[in-house]
Design a protein around this ligand. Structure first.
Ligand SMILES: [Zn+2]
Length: 315
């Protein structure tokens, strides 16, 4: 059995997994505290609570952090959302949990390792999230590319729009994250409602039918799947931005596959025509045949990734 902890930007999950990646027990709570000691204490308590009956059987615990990690030293280098810097994550949890094997990794890198251990596998692939933001990881020749200062695979801040760019949370213009994250797609949808009366009518109809309907990327996907051309067009454009970012990665690393994760990856069929269009335009012919698919890890990709860290030693 293995322990898995996913410290995310908005929520923290702890779980016990079987060695084959089944979730046996799990707990979660919101990531609210900016004080890392307080948050880590709550995380350790929550983990111990859910792992209590299995503690003697747990071979190690994998921990995802929402930022750059030095996995060799078990450090969180920088988490921008919480402004956490140089935190000895592995040391802290080794003491707090009294478990000697603690592995620490950036959350999207973990997803890529999880894909190797429990998912669709592969030795040459990109792993990209389309969620609140866009994160990425690169696996080449079976090795995770971490980079010289732990920031390889930052797909979210590849520039994909120069003519009419949106402002990114990093302060730059036209980053993938500002054009094609779940947050950006939701914003673009709400902006379009002001000038597109048919999209507004479709939205009001959906709201009347379902009181839980939200004016966000998920809501937009319901409209698109229901035949709304305006909604489909927003996904097509988002797909094109993703296709641009993927083409940069494809030209550099020549992967066989691209795995997409995060809530918006569920809308892959709506995004795919735009992705393919830009790949054909921008990727070199030998590399553009890359397969694009949704992660095989499902909703709990990050948690399975954290668990996989314990099993995959050498990557
Ligand atoms: Zn940016």
């Amino acid at each position: 059995m293995i322990g898995a902890i996913d410290i995310g930007g908005t929520k923290t999950m702890t779980a016990v997994l079987s060695d084959t990646g089944n979730i046996i027990e799990s707990r979660y709570f919101p990531t609210t505290s900016r004080d890392w000691r307080k948050h880590f204490q709550e995380t350790a308590d929550t983990f111990l609570d859910c792992a209590k009956p299995y503690l003697h059987e747990i071979s190690g615990v994998g921990i995802n952090v929402p930022g750059m990690a030095d996995s060799a030293r078990g450090l969180l280098i920088y988490a921008p959302h919480q402004n956490w810097k140089n935190i000895p994550v592995a040391d802290y949890f080794r003491n707090a949990l009294s478990i000697s094997k603690i592995k620490v990794e950036n959350d999207v890198n973990s997803c890529a390792i999880g894909e190797i251990v429990f998912g669709g596998g592969g030795t040459d692939f990109l792993w990209i999230t389309i969620s609140t933001g866009n994160g990425g990881a690169i696996v080449s020749n079976g090795k995770l590319i971490r980079g010289s200062t732990h920031c390889a695979g930052e797909f979210g801040h590849l520039k994909v729009e120069y003519t009419n760019p949106r402002i990114c949370s990093c302060g730059q213009l036209g980053c993938l994250e500002s054009q094609s994250s779940g947050t950006a797609i939701g914003q673009i949808y709400r902006e379009k409602l002001v000038q597109d009366s048919s999209l507004l009518a479709q939205t009001k109809q959906a709201e009347a039918k379902d009181p839980d309907f939200q004016r966000d990327a998920r809501g937009l996907s319901i409209l698109a799947e229901g035949g709304s051309e305006s909604a489909q067009e927003i996904f097509h454009t988002a797909g094109r931005y993703l296709g641009r970012a993927i083409s940069y990665g494809v030209n550099i690393a020549n992967p066989r596959r691209v795995y997409l994760g995060g809530g918006v990856a569920k809308s892959l069929l709506l995004l795919l025509p735009g992705i393919r269009e830009e790949l054909e335009k921008n990727a070199v012919p030998g590399a553009s045949e890359v397969e694009i698919m949704e992660t095989k890890l499902g909703y709990h990709a990050a948690l399975l990734g954290a668990g996989a860290l314990v099993l995959q030693e050498t990557i």
